[in-house]
Design a protein around this ligand. Structure first.
Ligand code: KE4
Length: 440
């Protein structure tokens, strides 16, 4: 059966793919309606199976930082493809990509390439548990680190008690080794380490949470939350894993660590392990985890921690990643920052005019819009926003040709292809969509 429309494709897809999608958020479950099936994209523009065009503010959830089908990236992949799609053996691109990441991120002494952010966080956890000989991992409510069993956990009954499974299929015994704390709650972190510090292998956090909407870590007494976590973990012999899968090379040239990392030797701090993904693959499947050489040295074959992957360091993926990095110079980040600030202002103006309660929060060039007035410091705040207003806004924007993340708990993604002309198209859609959001 040949079919052209998104609706037909979605009907077909649901017969053979669970919920018709290969990743849950794509099914539009939280906003309703039929997801457009995208057939092509170029720069900041998407085209769907019904021939509609959209301005894209998802960017494949981060990788498309230079815009879609960037000429240099496509040429690099095309050239690499002609030399072989996968070798299952070392190839020069792996070395060059690892060197590029290490050159940008000071705490990265060694790294391993994998195929997704999930693989990266899963592997980093395993290294941390092996290095410390401890079982317990700590995460924060509202932070997402991929679908790793140990990190699909909900807060337990008491602050310091073990977590509950956050998904069917995650066993109680797995969840028992995870503690979930309120994000940003320093007292809860201090209390947990006082009570169970000796059991904790690692704390894992998004360097700047963006999976509950953007909730940048706050400073208290001149000490940022991530540095506080690093110092608190180290005082108990535990490690800090900073998850930059989403913020890496997007929040700034050096990820979020480039924003809240040390400014001088007097305030030196560093995560022990970091995870990356999205941007470093330029749209092809790449994740990475890395950090201290002594920790990464625990990995097989030299060390006792097993970790592997048939397509890890794939030549096409490393070619896409390297071509993306080649385009990510200081001028690119200035362009990204300017586009992000302009868009934030456009949204603020439209929402203020329409009387839509909102707060916009950013982490470097990354930002999101919460449908509430008060600042969002953690997951409970994020969940308290008016998601019905977001849904009305989302569909009004989609109708007007602007493709937003289909969830109130995601960040908005700009690219270097979001030119003034593209931003003008978003500006045209905003007043009507803001009115739709305001309508009770
Ligand atoms: P992947 O396994 O999806 O490549 O990466 C997991 C991951 C890990 N850490 C952070 C901070 C992440 O944001 C992610 C994945 N991000 C979501 C977007 N919020 C991916 C979109 C999706 O699940 O389809």
């Amino acid at each position: 059966m040949t079919t052209t429309s998104s609706a037909d494709l979605f009907t077909r897809a649901q017969k053979v793919i669970p919920s018709g999608v290969n990743s849950p958020v794509r099914a539009f479950g939280s906003v309703g309606g039929t997801p457009p099936f995208l057939t092509s994209a170029k720069g900041a523009l998407l085209h769907d199976a019904d021939g509609r065009e959209y301005v894209d503010l998802v960017g494949s959830w981060g990788p498309m930082i230079l815009g879609h089908a960037n000429d240099q990236v496509v040429d690099a992949v095309r050239e690499a493809a002609g030399r072989g799609l996968s070798f299952g053996a070392p190839q020069p691109g792996e070395v060059t990509l690892a060197e590029e990441v290490a050159s940008r991120i000071a705490p990265i002494e060694q790294l391993r390439l994998v195929n997704s952010g999930t693989e990266a966080t899963m592997s980093a956890l395993r290294v941390a548990r092996a290095a410390t000989g401890r079982d317990v991992v700590v995460k924060f409510a509202g932070c997402y680190h991929g679908h790793v069993d140990a990190l699909l956990a909900e807060a337990g009954s008491g602050v310091a008690t073990f977590a509950m499974p956050g998904s069917a299929g995650v066993t109680a015994s797995t969840a028992r080794d995870t503690v979930v704390l309120p994000y940003g709650d320093r007292d809860a972190v201090t209390a947990l380490f006082a009570e169970r510090g000796g059991e904790i292998a690692a704390v894992i956090t998004e360097a700047a949470p963006a999976n509950m909407g953007v909730v940048p870590p706050r400073e208290e007494g001149g000490v940022g939350f991530n540095r506080f976590l690093s110092e608190t973990a180290h005082a108990s012999g535990a490690l800090l894993i900073s998850d930059e899968v989403l913020t890496g090379f997007r929040a700034s040239r050096e990820g979020y660590y480039g924003i809240d990392g040390p400014t001088g030797t007097h305030d030196a701090w560093a995560p022990d392990l970091m995870t990356f993904g999205k941007v470093i693959g330029g749209g092809l499947p790449v994740g990475a985890f890395g950090g201290r050489r002594d920790l990464m040295g625990l990995l097989a074959p030299a060390g006792p921690v097993y970790q592997a992957g048939t397509l890890s360091g794939n030549p096409l993926a490393t070619a896409a990643g390297l071509a993306t990095f080649a385009g990510l110079d200081d001028a690119a980040y200035s362009t990204l920052g300017a586009a992000s600030r302009t868009l934030q202002q456009l949204v603020a103006d439209a929402f203020t005019t329409a009387g839509v309660p909102h707060v916009i929060q950013s982490a470097g060039t990354l930002f999101s819009v919460f449908f509430r007035e008060e600042p969002v410091v953690g997951y409970e705040d994020a969940k308290a926003q008016d998601t019905a207003a977001f849904t009305r806004f989302f569909h009004a924007m989609l109708e007007a040709g602007v493709y937003l993340p289909p969830s109130a708990f995601e960040a908005w993604f700009v690219s270097t292809a979001h030119t003034e002309e593209v931003l003008d198209r978003i500006a045209e859609a905003l007043p009507g969509a803001a009115k739709a959001a305001a309508a009770a």
